[in-house]
Design a protein around this ligand. Sequence first.
Ligand SMILES: O=C[C@H](O)COP(=O)(O)O
Length: 313
Amino acid sequence: MSARNPGTELDLDAISKVRVNTQAVLKRAQQIQGHKLLKKQWQAAWLLKAVTCIDLTTLAGDDTPSNVHRLCLKAIQPIRHDLLRKLDMNDKAVCVYPSRVADAVTSLKAANSSLPVASVATGFPAGQTPLETRLQEVRMAVSDGATEIDIVINRTLALTGQWKAMYDEIRQFREACGDAHMKTILAIGELGTFTNVYKASMVAMMAGSDFIKTSTGKESVNATYPVAIVMVRAIRDYFLCTGHKVGFKPAGGIRTAQESLVWLSLIKEELGNDWLCPQLFRLGASSLLADIERQIYHHVTGQYAAYHELPMA
Ligand SMILES: O=C[C@H](O)COP(=O)(O)O
């Protein structure tokens, strides 16, 4: 992880002046989606880069120690050894519910892996539990061994313009995180307008978030390119004002290798190469790796894999 964002005082005056030009944002998102994607070995290299930025996730009601164990094994070895050897390359976080953190830590330790464990917390996904319960959840995940915490904001506060109250809650979450890095999920599908997304991004960063993240994966609208433009521009503005680099994590509904290439290209164009690393960019996804592995298999062998050839995908 990169240097932590200490946050700043809440600047309510700046927040109240924010206006986002919707047409300009939609146009820019279209431009980025329209770019020609890389081919051949350049595509394979970018797909491997995407693999290093995935927070491999399982956030299901039926999660058990055994599917968390399987997820950890997949995170340790995301792409088949022989495919990586042929590409002349070798080289990831797992993200689980707080009650599964100890399982993930145990599995990774047993495999001698130092991969970080991230946990969602604060009443994920709705954030509608009492503040003390949400804080307790963060402390529990940290004491069980999570080194990254994905908190969700209180959408009620954002929708009713209670930015000071939202800032204060996030500050408390950050304190409860201790040394664990904090990613703040805005749940953009429930924030209504781009202007609200920009304001929520800025308040989350002022309150000391190390990453801002689009969605929980449980809203009906998750990571979209136009919203990402608004969030990454808030990250850029925050960097220009404070010198602190905050990370970005699109999450929810990202399923294909091609989408991962568009995300990388959006980050490169809007934030520059410095952000193209797992310390400042993550893709939150539960079923993206399988398609990336399939595309890499195709690049290496010239054929598409049969189901049994990628059994862990
Ligand atoms: O943070 C990760 C998201 O919950 C993953 O969403 P997904 O299951 O749509 O990939």
